[in-house]
Design a protein around this ligand. Structure first.
Ligand code: ARG
Length: 265
């Protein structure tokens, strides 16, 4: 049985090994003609989600993702909204993986609540109140740090590569391992707000959330096998670069504030 310390040391060296591999891969990639590179697999490095696989996933009309926190409240990122107040401008689309499918449930917003004190760094969460409840399963929030480890699922309709700029009409999913703050800081330094943000990514790159995935959930199963939201897609340098993890709002830090805020909507 490995101690936690041993496991984290092993993981660190795996990350370092990938540093070397990644550097070689990057050097190689820049020498390859574009056509010789693998086509981006529909999130970066993702595969299509099955209908009803993630029933809590919501697409928001400003080009962000979200998750049903209550049947009539969507949790998204603060940077996806302009501020707090009454607005009917946002449309939430749910119940489908293909945004153009005829069965799509579309509901307008009535209110937005941006994280109190949000100023562009940290506190990247917001709630959107819907005009009517959507009868689909909600996604439970992590209320402590217990599940801030392991492998997470990410899903979204965002870009499939760093410069794609178009997003995907189909919901894509991928798996990304937790990256410890210490490791994440090797790239981001003090830009990472460790108490408010949680990193995840594949050391060698190729799998990540990207532009358009923001606000969507990063989640895993809890011990009872139920999906639990541990992150909100927030930011990153580029997408899916080797040794550059994605940065997610650490849901466990804000779960009480989110619950309190939701009660006022
Ligand atoms: N800020 C982006 C958005 O608004 C999300 C970027 C996530 N980037 C990443 N490398 N994980 O959609």
């Amino acid at each position: 049985m490995l101690t936690n310390r041993a496991v984290s040391l092993l993981k660190r060296s795996a990350f370092k090994r990938a540093a070397a591999i990644g550097a070689v891969a990057l050097a190689t990639a820049s020498l390859q003609p574009v056509a010789a590179q693998a086509a981006p697999v529909p999130v970066v490095g993702g595969t299509p989600a099955a209908q009803n696989e993630f029933p809590f996933m919501v697409s928001l009309s400003m080009g962000c993702g979200g998750a049903l926190y209550k049947k009539d409240v969507v949790l998204t990122a603060a940077h996806c909204v302009d501020g707090s107040g009454n607005t009917t401008r946002i449309t939430a689309t749910a119940g489908v993986t293909d945004l153009n499918a005829s069965g799509a449930i579309k509901v307008k917003s009535t209110k937005v609540l941006q994280a109190p004190g949000y100023n562009g760094s940290g506190k990247d969460w917001a709630l959107i109140k819907l005009a009517r409840p959507i009868n689909l399963p909600t996604l439970k929030l992590a209320t402590n740090t217990r599940y801030n480890r392991g492998t997470f699922t990410i899903a979204g309709w965002g870009d499939t590569s760093e410069n794609a700029g178009t997003g995907s009409t189909k919901l894509l999913k991928a798996k990304v391992p937790f990256v410890a703050d210490r490791q994440c800081k090797r790239h981001y330094g003090s830009r990472l707000i460790a108490g408010q943000e949680i990193c995840a990514g594949v050391p060698r790159g190729g799998v990540d959330t990207c532009q358009g995935d923001s606000g969507g959930p990063m989640f895993r199963k809890d011990d009872s096998g139920k999906w639990l939201q541990v992150g909100i897609v927030s930011w990153g340098d580029g997408c899916a670069r080797p040794l550059v993890p994605g940065v997610y709002t650490e849901v466990s830090t804000f779960s009480s504030a989110i619950a309190r805020a939701a009660a006022t909507l």
